[in-house]
Design a binder for this molecule. Structure first.
Ligand SMILES: C[S@@+](CC[C@H](N)C(=O)[O-])C[C@H]1O[C@@H](n2cnc3c(N)ncnc32)[C@H](O)[C@@H]1O
Length: 422
């Protein structure tokens, strides 16, 4: 990364003022913690919003300095925990569901509803208010903010919070034990998850053994991917699909419910898509296949570690499959294609590229880092840089020549293309 000079406090404050003016000019009222009007801003201002988040975070960090009571080091080690424990308190005791949506409740009544001690609860609620999660319209009373209203009314956001704070966060901390116990492991049974939960089962095996936890992970995935689909929607314009030729076959391996294939299939009716996944997933996916795509999209049960059953396809696509598999397994999935490949066949991988710092906003960069560590803690896998991803093809087979990474504009996804060149 090219080192960049840190902006001064005044430069940052000026950037913040300019971005804040642009955003407020685009919404019906300045946002507050009851009314999140920034949901109104158009996509064209999302860069301004990210710049505002970045500049305020940098200004905050600089204003703290490194030490002293409010310094960055004490803040990170001791005080930042307050915000997560506040949210966890709300989740654990179902406080969003116990606070009336459109009125307030006294501390004592809330403690009674949640079967808690009033004094202890009040102390934690003070922290939640300081984190803007709740507010006190009149002394002694508690009411919702936009955030808690969201938790009370959006079941998958509720699952997202529950799953991240109670399953993934502890695993995230156990990561250090896993690193010490199984240095460099690529195995699914030697992860931070295993170190934390003291089980040799993989994350999914363990979670699927408990119907409520399985349901909650499902909700978390729905929430986490709610804004996804964007890269799928942009996929038709991101790659020269027509260049595969009229009547070409595209196999979407690990294709889930087929959403990713549906997008190019809508635009290119001359292409034939085969969506492969594990049998149960395929059964569900077939139910959602739109009528108008039935003549050129079909589903097929297939374990991608087994030899590819569709021989002579023009392209084989893996969309968002590999970030949850370590190199060892990703390579063996790609190798399972080889006996079925015809000369000139394309192997396409749609994945986020772990960006170089400074090439995207800090808020996006940190989200990518968090996803990387999450994949590492659960699966010993992770996000790959452009070079790591493009190198995967030739590590699987040297005749699989990486050609190009097609950027899916407006996202941090790339479509990596390799050609089978025997
Ligand atoms: C993150 S999802 C991506 C789904 C889809 N490609 C998309 O982008 O929406 C990963 C997919 O890999 C599938 N998968 C996992 N193990 C598999 C296996 N051994 N064989 C085939 N598919 C598998 C999962 O069922 C899941 O649908």
């Amino acid at each position: 990364m090219a080192s960049q000079k840190t902006p001064s406090l005044v430069q940052l404050a000026e950037q913040i003022l300019a971005a804040a003016k642009d955003l407020e000019a685009a919404v019906s009222a300045p946002p507050d913690f009851q009314n999140d009007t920034l949901t109104e801003i158009p996509e064209s201002l999302s860069g301004t919003r990210k710049a505002l988040i970045d500049a305020t975070s940098t200004l905050n960090a600089l204003a703290r300095g490194s030490t002293g009571t409010y310094g960055r080091v004490p803040h990170l080690s001791c005080y930042q925990w307050l915000d997560q424990i506040s949210l966890l308190t709300l989740y654990r005791f179902r406080i969003p569901q116990a606070v009336p949506l459109d009125s307030s409740i006294s501390y004592a009544d809330l403690a009674h509803r949640c079967a808690l001690d009033t004094t202890q609860l009040s102390r934690l609620l003070r922290c939640a208010m300081a984190a803007h999660l709740l507010h006190s319209p009149t002394p002694g009373q508690i009411a919702h903010t936009a955030d808690i209203r969201l938790l009370a009314t959006d079941p998958t956001m509720w699952d997202f919070v529950g799953c991240t704070l109670t399953e993934l966060r502890p695993a995230g901390f156990a990561f250090l034990d896993a690193m010490a116990q199984w240095p460099g492991s690529q195995e699914l049974s030697q992860t931070a998850w295993n170190a934390c939960s003291k089980t040799p089962k993989t994350f999914y095996e363990d979670v699927l053994g408990d119907s409520e936890r399985a349901r909650r992970v499902g909700g978390m995935i729905v929430q986490a991917t709610a804004e996804g689909g964007r890269e799928a929607r942009l996929l038709p314009g991101a790659y020269p699909w027509a260049g595969l030729g009229e009547g070409a076959t595209v196999v979407d391996v690990g294709g889930g419910n087929g959403d990713v294939s549906f997008e190019p299939a809508k635009v290119h009716s001359g292409l034939q898509f085969v969506v492969q996944d594990l049998p149960g997933v395929v059964m569900e996916g077939e139910k959602g296949l739109p009528e108008e795509l039935r003549d050129h999209v079909r589903f097929m049960g297939h374990d991608f570690f087994q030899p590819q059953p569709v021989h002579g396809a023009d392209a084989l696509l893996f969309a968002k499959v590999f970030h949850s598999w370590s190199d060892k397994y990703a390579v063996s999935v790609v190798r399972a294609l080889v006996p079925a490949l015809k000369p000139g066949a394309r192997v396409l991988i749609l994945e986020r590229a772990l960006p170089e710092r400074g090439t995207v906003s800090e808020v996006e960069y940190k989200e990518a880092l968090a996803m990387d560590l999450m994949m590492m803690s659960l699966f010993n896998a992770g996000e790959r840089t452009l070079e790591e991803m493009s190198g995967l093809f030739e590590r699987a087979d040297e005749k699989l020549k990486f050609r190009k990474a097609w950027k899916v504009e407006g996202t941090i996804y790339n479509l990596y293309e390799a050609i089978w060149t025997p």
